[in-house]
Design a protein around this ligand. Structure first.
Ligand code: CO
Length: 485
């Protein structure tokens, strides 16, 4: 891959203050449809069979009340199905109790990430002693054994039917009050490894394993913490769990009593620095901490051990958590720019105790995807994600970026008035090369007022096909491709 923008059809960026055109991406979608054949331009590869299933925030107001933050919207499930060169499309609200109760009462019933409807003292006291956690699983989903499960950061994973998108109920127990929607595959067991924060008189970070058919978590590691850091994901090597604590921390007592929306209880304490801990996957024992400069991030990209036993952990980072502020809906709808992410490589020496970091390429990305099946926990070369226009100004994610880490080269796909989401990599069966396959990304076409599913050749970002949805799909976060669904 060369450091050119060969797949970029135009050099005129639409980002900057003008991106308020993308406002429609933060407007509610109420329509639910099932369509066997949506219009397709281009020819899909024969081998592409299965479904891209996604979850995302889709309803931003209930009655007279409005959600405050992008992360708050009530979850919608989406499925793009691929078979015989045709594309089907379906979308359906997740039948969470948050959604059902909102429908019944005509008001927001549960506290979300940055919206808390419990304003009265009575309601607040009630919620402290009998926590009413939202099951609005709008962040990500996982395919575990036979189950498809939508997830958010509350400990209520919601199972659904991948065909009908009907909601089935709570999938399993989570050993804590907070968790991540980014579990890792545990290759040995075929199960899932995830994080939970157990809050109480003694707070603990926990890592737990859940078998492919399991409902009860097995706690594999437990680490004490006074003020838990905001945790959206973690890294994994063959030997280690990589825990990165950015200094954006919460006092759990405040969380229970302060009466602020969830995320507004977190405090930025850059003086603490960023603290890495390595947890041995077989013994559960912790090594560290390894201290470095303060930064913030949502997404670990990948991690592995190099030939010298050092741990390489790549993370999408920001200078600080201002990005969370920038994602309040009032700001987004006005077209205010969001901070630019960096692609940062941390190298930790477990023996000597050192830690270094560097920015891998000048222009970063977020919502990162790799060839997960082949490369997670292992050395790798390619990462794909959503990016922002280079230079000053910024805007919202308006391009798909591919990074060749070996060459330190990037290229991007960009089209005027188009705002792509996370590019999901699907490997071609029997592929020899790491980047042999396609990227699937839901793109908002602000000019048309609708969204389309874009299929790119992952090796050079050339367009293979696009399939148009009948409506706009509000901006979402994550999804998974399943060959089974
Ligand atoms: Co995420």
């Amino acid at each position: 891959m060369e450091p050119t923008a060969a797949a970029e059809p135009t050099a005129t960026a639409t980002a900057g203050p003008g991106y308020a055109e993308a406002e429609i991406g933060f407007e509610s979608l109420d329509e639910e449809v099932r369509i066997d054949d949506v219009p397709v331009e281009g020819a899909l590869p024969e081998w592409l069979r299965g479904s891209l299933i996604r979850t995302g925030p889709a309803k931003f107001e209930v009655g007279e009340q409005r959600m405050r933050h992008w992360f708050d919207g009530l979850a919608m499930l989406y499925r793009f199905g691929f078979a015989d060169g045709r594309v089907s499309y379906a979308n359906r609200f997740l039948g969470s109790k948050a959604k059902r109760t909102a429908d019944e009462r005509g008001e927001i019933a549960y506290a979300e990430f940055a919206t808390d409807p419990c304003r009265s003292l009575f309601k607040r006291m009630f919620s402290v002693f009998s926590p009413q956690l939202s099951d609005n699983a709008n962040v990500n989903l996982v395919e575990l054994g036979e189950r498809f499960v939508a997830m958010t950061e509350t400990p209520i994973p919601v199972q659904f039917d991948p065909e009908t998108l009907a909601t089935a109920g709570v999938a399993w127990e989570v050993p804590g009050e907070l968790t991540t929607a980014h579990p890792h595959l545990d290759r040995d067991s075929g199960g899932m490894l995830n994080y939970a924060a157990k809050l109480g008189p003694r707070n603990r970070y926990r890592f737990f394993l859940l078998g492919p058919d399991g409902a009860e978590p097995e706690i594999r590691a437990s680490l004490p913490t006074r003020e838990p850091a905001y945790m959206h994901s973690f890294g994994l090597t063959e030997r280690w769990i990589v825990l990165a604590e950015f200094p954006f921390v919460v006092n759990p007592l405040q969380l229970a009593l302060a009466g602020r929306p969830y995320i507004e209880n977190y405090r930025w304490k850059p003086e603490l620095g960023t603290r890495f801990t390595l947890v041995d996957r077989s013994s559960g024992e912790a090594t560290g901490p390894f201290m470095t400069d303060a930064c913030f991030g949502f997404h670990h990209v990948n991690a592995y051990e190099d030939d010298d036993g050092r741990v390489v952990a790549d993370i999408c980072t920001f200078e600080d958590p201002e990005v969370i502020e920038s994602l309040y809906l009032d700001r987004l709808r006005q077209g205010a720019p969001i901070p630019k992410p960096s692609l940062t490589r941390f190298v930790i020496d477990p023996e000597g105790g050192g830690i270094d970091y560097e920015q891998l390429v000048p222009d970063g990305l977020d919502l990162p995807r790799i060839n997960y099946g082949r490369c997670n926990e292992r050395p790798y070369r390619y990462v794909w994600g959503a990016g922002l226009a280079p230079g000053e100004g910024g805007g919202f994610f308006d391009r798909i970026v591919a990074v060749d880490i070996e060459e330190r080269a990037t290229r991007s796909w960009h089209e005027p008035h188009c705002y792509p989401g996370e590019p999901v990599f699907v490997a071609e069966p029997g592929a020899e090369e790491e980047n042999q396959g396609v990227l699937l990304s839901v793109v908002l076409d602000a000019a048309a007022g609708t969204s389309f599913l874009l299929v790119l050749d992952a090796s050079d970002l050339s367009e293979i096909a696009r399939a148009r949805a009948p409506h706009h799909i509000p901006f979402g976060f994550h999804g998974q491709f399943s060959r089974r669904a």
